[in-house]
Write a protein that binds this ligand. Sequence first.
Ligand code: HEM
Length: 130
Amino acid sequence: MTSTLFSELFLSPAAIVTVKGIILQAMWILIPAMVATGGSGFALAKGRSGRLLESKKKRMPFIALNGLLILLPSAFYLHAKAQAGVFDTSFYAVQVVELVAGAINFWMLSKNMRDGLKLAGRLRPKKASL
Ligand code: HEM
């Protein structure tokens, strides 16, 4: 997100193409890492219950669907448009959608991280936290 914003606000079209290409390549790491994090989380949660775990489990379908249905197709679309040198209204419309969806996923992943740290005893649980 920071590379996208920085390149599109301050850098050349060539730099935007490079950033969009790197974002697509990073998917080869990001997607398996997400599957491993979610999968190991579900494995650790076996035989345990509680409010924090339920919240973490409930967020996962939103995180996964947001990633697969919005973020991944947007990354392909924006890369193709940037490579073709077409920075038109639809490029920026999809870019805004991608940034908003990315921010939502970042927020939900942060909440999962916070709840994970509480479960592992590294953060003190708050009584009325969501
Ligand atoms: C992809 C999203 C997720 C992120 C970013 C995440 C993050 C974390 C983090 C940072 C910890 C603390 C690890 C430590 O300090 O030792 C943790 C622990 C934990 N997570 Fe997740 N987690 C995710 C998904 C899940 C899911 C889907 C579950 C299943 C419900 C889950 C269950 C757990 C459990 C049970 C622990 C506690 C492990 C222990 O007892 O030490 N996590 N998580």
